[in-house]
Design a protein around this ligand. Structure first.
Ligand code: IVH
Length: 667
C-alpha cells in the first residue's frame, strides 16, 4: 500500500468508525455488529501502524488511551467556570423569578434541564477538532485531562455539520449506575475501598494517570452549555439543538418554560422520573433562554444571575435502630451494618443501612434503640444521617465497634491512615477463605466453569476444601456426592480445573488475591518481574520501581509472602502445575500435532498417570473431553476401562487407542 492509498483508506475507515460510534453511543441504535466494528478498527490500527505519520489526533484509534503515566498540566479557563446558587423550594424559585423580572423589562423564556451529578468539564473545539478538555478546578484554572477525555466515546473528537470555528462546550462527565456497581464490585474483590457514589467514581476516574484504565471505565458525558463569540443562535435551547447536530450528547429532557407554573410542572415530573434514568441527577437547572438577556443580567461574584439550581430533596424517614451487625469481606475488611425497623423510603422497604466504618458510628454516637433518620441520596444504599437525641432512652446502650472478628474471633487490626478494621486471619477466617475462593475461580481469574458460590459453600460444609489449592485435589467422587451435583457437572468442573493450568501467569497472580493486586497491577508485575519466585523475593525498591506500583501495593505484596501459610499455598499450586512464570517461548515438547482433536481417556495406565496423559494431550494442542459423543476423535483406553465406554465408542465408530498409540500420533 502506498502513502496515498493508505491516506484514502484511513479517511474512509475514520468516517465509518465515527459514524458507527455516533449511532451506537449517542443515538443508541447500531447499524453494524460488534465484530464488523472491531474488524474496521483493526484495519485502521494496522494501517496507522504502517504509516505512523498519518495518525490523526482525532482518529478513532486514539480513544483507547495510553499506558503511560501523565502529569496534568494546569490550564487557565478562558471563561471562568462558576457554580450555580441553589434553591430547595418552590418559594425560592418564585423569588428567583421576581429578582430576574426586576432586572429586565424584556419578555423572556426559561429553559429547564436536569442537573447531572457528576464532574464538570470544559471542552474546547477548534476547526471541528477537540483540542482541550479541562476540569473545573478552582473555577479560574483546572487540570488538562484531554488524554483521558478522548477515551470517552460520547465525546466527539471531530465534529460534523456546520459548527463554529472555535468555541467551548461545557458539561458533566458521569459514570452510569450500572458501570458504577460493576466497578465497585471489582474494587471490593481486590480490597480497594469502594467509591461512595458515582460522582466520586467519575471524578476519580477522570484524574487517573493511566488513560487506558480510563478507557476501560466507560464514562459518559452530557453537554449543556455552549460558549463562544460566533454562535449560530441567541437561544440556549436552540444552541443545544445545534450542538446535538454537531455530534454532542445532549439531554433529551430539556424543556422551554414560559412561566413559573411550567417550571413547577417540570420539577414535579422529574422529581419522580429521574429515578428511572441510568445516571445520577440531583436537581434541575433553570436558565433564561436568551443569551443576550443572560449577558444583560451578568454574574454575582460566585454565580450567574440568569440561572439557578433547584435541588431535589433526598427523601428521609425516621425509624428505630434495632442492632448493628458486622460483615467480613474477602479481604477481611469489616463493614458495620445497621439493622432497622423496616420502613418505606422512595418506594422500597429499607431494613438495613450501611455504616461504612467505625468512625461513622463514633461520629453519630449511635445507641441501640435510637430513633434515626435514614436518607437515600447520591449514595444509593441508604445511610443514617442523624439521630433524634430528644427521643433517646437515658439507659440505652452505646454501640461500640467490635474488637474481635464475628466469624473467627481473631483480634481486629487497623492500618494507620485507613478507616477500616480488618480481621488479620487471612488463612483461617471462613468468609475470607470462601471469598478468596470465589475470586480465584471467577472468569477474570482462573475461570473455573461450573463452580459457583453454592458449590463452594457445599465443599466447605463437607470439609472437602479449605483453600484454593485443595480444589486441585478434588476428584469425581468428592464432587458428585454433593447435593444437586450431577455427574456431568462434576466432570465439567474437573475439566475446567484441569484447563485452568494453562491460564497465563498474570491471571494466576491476580487470582491468588493479594490485596491491591488487581488485574492491571498483576499484568504490570508479571511483565516486569516474570515469575512468582521473582515477585516473592523482590525488595520494596524493586517492586516500587515497577510502573504504577506504589508503596501501599509493595507493602501488601511483601506482607503476603511473609505469611508462611501463603507460601505453602503457592508451593502446592505450583506442584499442581499452575503457571508460575510468563511463557515467553513454547513449552518444551509443545506441538500442535493433536490440534482440533477431542480426546477422552478412560481406565488406568501403566506408564503414565492420567494427569500426565491429559497434560500431554494439551501440550500437543489437543482437547481433553470427558464424555463420548460423535465429536470425539479418540478414546485412549487404559486397563480396567468400563465396558459401557468401550461399547459406546464402538457404536459411534470412535477409534480406541492405547497410550503408546497416542504418543505415536505426535511423532
Ligand atoms: S449550567 C455558570 N447546567 O452544576 C454555571 N450546570 O453548581 C453554568 N451541572 O458546575 C452551569 N447539570 O457541574 C449547568 N444542566 C446543567 C448542569 C450543571 C449539572 C453542574 C455543573 C456546575 C454545577 C453548578
Amino acid at each position: 500500500m502506498d502513502q496515498t492509498v493508505a491516506a484514502n483508506r484511513i479517511a474512509d475507515l475514520t468516517e465509518m468508525l465515527d459514524r458507527h460510534n455516533y449511532n451506537y453511543y449517542i443515538l443508541n441504535h447500531s447499524e453494524i455488529d460488534d465484530f464488523t466494528f472491531d474488524q474496521l478498527m483493526a484495519e485502521l490500527i494496522a494501517i496507522e501502524k504502517e504509516f505512523p505519520d498519518l495518525v490523526h489526533p482525532a482518529s478513532p484509534t486514539q480513544r483507547v488511551g495510553s499506558d503511560h503515566n501523565q502529569e496534568f498540566k494546569q490550564v487557565a479557563h478562558k471563561y471562568q467556570m462558576l457554580s450555580l446558587s441553589n434553591t430547595y423550594s418552590e418559594e425560592e424559585v418564585l423569588e428567583f423569578d421576581q429578582r430576574v423580572r426586576k432586572l429586565t423589562d424584556e419578555n423572556f423564556e426559561y429553559v429547564c434541564e436536569l442537573k447531572f451529578d457528576g464532574t464538570s468539564i470544559s471542552l474546547t473545539y477548534e476547526k471541528g477538532l477537540l483540542v482541550r478538555a479541562v476540569t473545573r478546578g478552582d473555577g479560574e484554572k483546572g487540570d488538562d485531562v484531554t488524554a483521558n477525555v478522548k477515551t470517552i466515546k460520547t465525546i466527539p473528537l471531530k465534529l460534523k455539520g456546520d459548527y463554529p470555528d472555535e468555541f467551548e462546550i461545557r458539561g458533566e462527565i458521569l459514570l452510569p449506575f450500572k458501570v458504577f456497581e460493576m466497578l465497585n464490585q471489582e474494587r471490593d474483590e481486590i480490597g480497594e475501598q469502594p467509591f461512595a457514589n458515582p460522582r466520586n467514581a467519575a471524578s476519580g476516574t477522570l484524574k487517573l494517570q493511566n488513560s487506558s484504565v480510563v478507557a476501560s471505565r466507560r464514562l459518559d458525558a452530557y453537554l449543556y452549555h455552549v460558549i463562544g463569540t460566533d454562535l449560530p443562535d441567541d437561544g440556549h435551547f436552540e444552541l443545544l439543538q445545534h450542538a446535538a447536530s454537531w455530534g454532542f450528547k445532549i439531554s433529551e429532557h430539556t424543556r422551554k418554560c414560559k412561566n413559573t407554573q411550567d417550571i413547577f410542572d417540570f420539577l414535579n415530573e422529574w422529581n419522580i422520573s429521574r429515578k428511572d434514568l441510568p445516571v445520577a441527577t440531583d436537581g434541575v437547572v433553570i436558565k433564561i433562554n436568551s443569551q443576550r438577556i443572560q449577558d444583560e443580567l451578568g454574574f454575582t461574584a460566585k454565580s450567574p444571575r440568569w440561572a439557578i439550581a433547584y435541588k431535589f430533596k433526598a427523601e428521609q424517614v425516621s425509624t428505630l435502630l434495632l442492632s448493628v451487625s458486622y460483615q467480613v469481606g474477602r479481604t477481611g475488611a469489616i463493614t458495620p451494618v445497621a439493622n432497622l425497623e423496616p420502613v418505606l423510603l422512595s418506594g422500597t422497604v429499607v431494613r438495613r443501612a450501611t455504616l461504612h466504618n467505625s468512625d461513622v458510628i463514633k461520629n453519630l454516637d449511635l445507641h441501640l434503640g435510637d430513633v434515626v433518620f435514614v436518607e437515600k441520596g447520591g449514595e444509593i444504599i441508604p445511610k443514617i444521617i442523624r439521630v433524634d437525641l430528644t427521643l433517646r432512652h437515658p439507659l440505652s446502650e452505646r454501640v461500640n465497634f467490635i474488637t474481635h472478628c464475628p466469624e473467627c474471633n481473631s483480634e481486629l487490626v487497623r492500618t494507620e491512615g485507613e478507616s477500616a478494621f480488618y480481621c488479620p486471619n487471612e488463612t483461617g477466617c471462613p468468609p475470607q477463605l470462601k471469598g478468596k475462593m470465589e475470586h480465584f475461580i471467577s472468569r477474570k481469574s482462573m475461570n473455573i466453569d461450573g463452580l459457583g458460590s453454592e458449590t463452594i459453600e457445599l465443599l466447605f460444609q463437607h470439609n472437602k476444601v479449605k483453600d484454593v489449592a485443595d480444589l486441585y485435589d478434588l476428584d469425581e467422587e468428592d464432587l458428585s456426592n454433593l447435593e444437586r451435583m450431577g455427574e456431568r457437572s462434576a466432570t465439567r468442573i474437573l475439566e475446567s480445573l484441569f484447563a485452568s493450568k494453562n491460564v497465563p501467569f498474570e491471571r494466576v497472580l491476580f487470582a491468588i488475591g493479594i490485596r491491591y493486586v488487581g488485574e492491571t497491577v498483576a499484568k504490570k508485575l508479571a511483565r516486569e518481574l516474570k515469575s512468582m519466585e521473582q515477585i516473592k523475593n523482590a525488595t520494596y525498591e524493586k517492586l516500587t520501581n515497577v510502573e504504577e506500583i506504589g508503596g501501599k501495593i509493595a507493602e501488601s505484596i511483601i506482607n503476603w509472602f511473609k505469611n508462611e501459610d501463603n507460601c505453602k499455598l503457592i508451593d502446592r499450586l505450583k506442584n499442581h502445575g499452575l503457571n508460575f512464570e510468563v511463557s515467553t517461548e513454547q513449552k518444551e515438547g509443545q506441538t500442535d500435532k493433536l490440534k482440533g482433536l477431542s480426546i477422552i481417556i478412560s481406565g488406568t495406565f501403566s506408564k503414565f498417570s492420567r494427569e500426565e496423559i491429559k497434560n500431554f494431550i494439551e501440550l500437543n494442542g489437543g482437547k481433553n473431553v470427558s464424555s463420548i459423543s460423535t465429536k470425539t476423535s479418540y478414546l485412549v483406553a487404559g486397563e480396567s476401562i468400563g465396558p459401557s465406554k468401550l461399547e459406546k465408542a464402538q457404536q459411534l465408530k470412535i477409534p480406541v487407542i492405547s497410550e503408546d498409540e497416542l504418543i505415536q500420533l505426535t511423532i
